[in-house]
Design a protein around this ligand. Structure first.
Ligand code: GLN
Length: 484
């Protein structure tokens, strides 16, 4: 039963072959038994889940249900879930019980989905390995001595190991796509502004975007139908006509123009990854797509620009954690300054402090023009590169990550190498574009991801292209040994 996709589970629930309560118990049982090897869930919420499942079963009985009613899902612990701890992977919020639901949670609840629990993540979503979490690292189900990627590594790990049929994630510089690639699942980062950020703890507000993490593109399309929508509580939310993201999954790929940037196939790319990604791209040619070289000349500037802009925004967003209003407060402060400094010194981990210091520095009066303003100009150039390329082609394809999953502790003391894990993903956030990562093969036993980037609001096209590939491949169907 845990091998089914959302689309299949939907049919089984609809025809009464299984109840939501049975399904929920099955996943909770798997989580209890198998999560200790992975630490993908920070915690499960069985009571809430079973209450939701019971309600879903009644809805189905009364034939009042939709396609997602009764299907379980896990939420990244960055999304507020009413009455549930929302830690963002940090000691700072270890004691924070969210008093309301994030819009994404509210929408998926309204669609009848059942929340299984909260998934592990890098602290405040800063990282590419899920090793910076206050709750300890998550492991990769394909090889538990390796990282699942990050920051949505918990979500990727539980979906890959079939401890949840799908999960939510957030992507500021790659945090949906990179862990999806390293764990062999499908992850979609929507166009900036399409999915509400309300109730999603802020890291870098101009880059953060929530999205689905699932086994297949079809499942991601079903989730997008429920997640997308204008939200007056998020000032950057976009009002767009409502789309059915499943409507174009079957469209033919004949005539689709695929751009291949030479900047994505350099010597820094692991050879096996390069070969597998090239093979995947060739399959699109066989399906009727045409391949065209495109130029993204400022790709090499995306990591430096991102690591000015993201920390700048983070330093501002994280100033609210002061020991007074939310979260951790130090013991016995001697005065107000001591309360602030010790609460922050004790509540935040190393990577978060590093970002706050970089961000505060680049925003300071003397350095603002040299760093922050310059980075914003580079951001525009990167966006223009994509706009030029996307005038010539429909989508851009390349690897999601420069290499497969690395070992736990391999990069933790080398922040620059860690940052380079996102070399192919951060530029997409800087431009605000949508992109999907799908399983495209294995290097040994480790999954490899193919990234497909499209123009603004081209999610339906990306999902169509990914779905067509998944009809002809079975990489996405593989289950890691030990979790079958
Ligand atoms: N790895 C990147 C960072 O640490 C991206 C994280 C993310 O997308 N949340 O900032």
């Amino acid at each position: 039963m845990h091998e089914h996709t959302l689309a299949e589970l939907s049919r089984l629930l609809n025809t009464g072959k299984i109840s939501s309560t049975e399904l929920t118990r099955l996943y909770l049982e798997r989580a209890e038994r198998l999560n200790p090897q992975l630490n993908g869930y920070i915690n499960t919420t069985p009571e809430r889940a079973l209450a939701q499942a019971k309600a879903a079963d009644l809805t189905i009985l009364h034939k009042n249900h939709g396609p997602l009613t009764g299907i379980p899902i896990a939420h990244k612990d960055i999304f507020c879930v009413d009455g549930t701890r929302t830690s963002c992977g940090s000691k700072m919020l270890d004691n924070f019980i969210a008093p309301y639901n994030a819009t994404v949670v509210e929408k998926l609840d309204a669609a009848g989905m059942v929340t299984l629990g909260k998934t592990n993540m890098d602290e405040f979503a800063m990282g590419s390995s899920t090793e910076t979490s206050y709750y300890g690292p998550t492991t990769n189900p394909w090889d538990t001595s390796r990282v699942p990627g990050g920051s949505s590594g918990g979500s990727a790990s539980v979906v890959a190991a079939r401890l949840a049929p799908a999960a939510t994630g957030t992507d500021t510089g790659g945090s949906i796509r990179q862990p999806a690639a390293l764990c062999g699942i499908t992850g979609l980062k929507p166009t900036y502004g399409l999915v509400s950020r309300y109730g999603m703890i802020a890291f870098a507000s101009s880059l953060d975007q929530g999205g689905p993490m699932s086994r297949t593109a079809e499942d991601a399309a079903m989730l997008m139908n429920a997640m997308v929508g204008f939200d007056p509580r998020d000032s950057t939310s976009l009002a767009r006509p409502k789309l059915d993201y499943t409507a174009h999954l079957s469209d033919s790929l004949a005539g689709v123009k695929v751009g291949i940037p030479k900047q994505y196939f350099t010597d820094d790319l692991d050879t096996d990854t390069a070969n597998k990604v090239q093979e995947a791209i060739k399959q699109f040619e066989q399906a009727g797509a045409s391949l065209h070289p495109v130029d993204l000349p400022n790709t090499h500037l995306s990591i430096p620009a991102y690591y000015v802009i993201a920390p700048a925004e983070a330093s501002s967003n994280l100033s609210r954690f002061d020991g007074v209003r939310f979260g951790y407060r130090c013991q016995n402060p001697v005065d107000l300054l001591d309360l602030y400094t010790r609460s922050r010194a004790e509540g935040f981990g190393r990577e978060v402090k590093r970002r706050i210091m970089i961000g505060t520095y680049v925003l300071s009066a003397g350095y603002f023009d040299a760093y922050y303003l310059k980075a914003q100009k580079i951001r525009r150039l990167i966006r223009d590169d994509f706009q030029n390329a996307l005038k010539q082609v429909d989508v851009i394809m390349g690897p999601t990550t420069p290499k497969p999953a690395f070992k736990l502790n391999e990069l933790i003391d080398d922040p620059v190498s860690m940052y380079l894990s996102d070399i192919f993903t951060v530029s997409v956030n800087l431009a605000g574009l949508p992109a999907i990562s799908i399983p495209a093969g294995f290097s040994g036993q480790l999954p490899i991801g193919l990234q497909i980037i499209g123009d603004y609001f081209s999610e339906a096209k990306l999902l169509n292209i990914a779905h067509q590939y998944q009809l002809h491949t079975d990489w996405h169907k593989q289950t890691p040994g030990g979790f079958a």
